[in-house]
Design a protein around this ligand. Structure first.
Ligand code: GUN
Length: 286
């Protein structure tokens, strides 16, 4: 039976350190601050934003949530981002995705000042990840790397397979594993004989957004399995992209859903915001 990688526990440890560093920074007159913009009423987005707000407050950050109606015009959103870019109390800006269809997501991300882009979605920050010279790492992939470190799982020389090629998870995940000298394969919906590829993986990361898409027979015995999916099923339960019951019989370690990757994503967001606040503190000294 696989070891369960407890994302909640690892997150709690990481957040303790963040809270300590925040207290020190506050003593020097700087309170890290994150502004989150949500446009519209998407129920999942509302839950995510509430969790981000709660997590900020718990570690001692300032937290601002700007709620804008579904019919908000693109220029109104861009003007709000401009205000936050200019606000010296705001260290990080996050625009919750997805946005309503009439708003151009790319334009919105490009409007965020790269130094405040704690999601690491701005082209400057994604480019920096490509060359391994980054200030911020994208929250979910970096959270996964932190989990692997906590579990003493060395990536160097391992066969790493990422299932899913999204800009938010799959692609940057592949880059971070490659930066740690993993041998990386990225699979997607057009991959021929997916199981043949996933069975090669020493480290398998699954981010496809389809409940229980990867089953135990697609996993190499002893593999480490990281499940990024959070799918609300018809019975009301949350399930990952991996069929947990069959996978845990084959894997050596596996992340549960919920309580695996999810908490680590917000922890990275807090880390990035703290990094931005530290940069502000340094600037104020100069
Ligand atoms: N929607 C789903 N995941 C994310 C994320 O990591 N950042 C933002 N901004 N929106 C999201």
């Amino acid at each position: 039976m696989a070891k369960i990688i407890d994302g909640k526990l690892i997150s709690a440890k990481e957040r303790e350190i963040i809270a300590e560093e925040t207290a020190t920074l506050k003593n020097s007159g700087i309170t890290p601050g994150l502004a989150v913009i949500i446009v519209g009423e998407d129920p999942a987005s509302k839950v995510y934003v509430r969790n981000k707000e709660k997590s900020c407050i718990e570690v001692g950050f300032n937290s601002w949530v700007i709620r804008m109606p579904e019919e908000t015009k693109e220029e109104e959103l861009l003007a709000k981002i401009d205000d936050l870019n200019a606000d010296s109390e705001v260290d990080g800006i996050l625009v919750q995705l997805p946005l309503p269809k009439h708003i151009d997501e790319k334009k919105v991300i490009a409007a965020i000042c790269p130094q405040k882009d704690v999601d690491a979605f701005h082209l400057e920050n994604t480019g920096r990840i490509m060359v391994g010279d980054y200030k911020y790492l994208p929250c979910t992939p970096a959270g996964i790397m932190t989990m692997l470190e906590h579990e003493n799982i060395d990536v160097c020389g391992k066969e790493c397979v990422v299932v899913g090629r999204s800009n938010i998870v799959g692609k940057p995940m592949a880059m971070l594993l490659l930066n740690k000298s993993g041998t990386v394969t990225v699979c997607h919906s057009r991959t021929k004989d997916l199981a043949e590829v996933t069975r090669r993986a020493d480290i398998l990361v699954v981010a496809v957004g389809r409940a229980e898409f990867i089953t135990g027979d697609m996993i190499k015995p002893g593999a480490v399995v990281i499940d990024v999916g959070i799918n609300r099923c018809e019975d009301g339960k949350l399930r990952g992209d991996v069929h947990f019951e069959s996978a845990e019989k084959t894997a050596s370690a596996i992340t549960p859903v919920p309580g695996g990757v999810g908490p680590m994503t917000i922890t990275t967001l807090l880390k990035n915001t703290l990094t931005a606040a530290k940069a502000r503190a340094e600037k104020s000294l100069n």
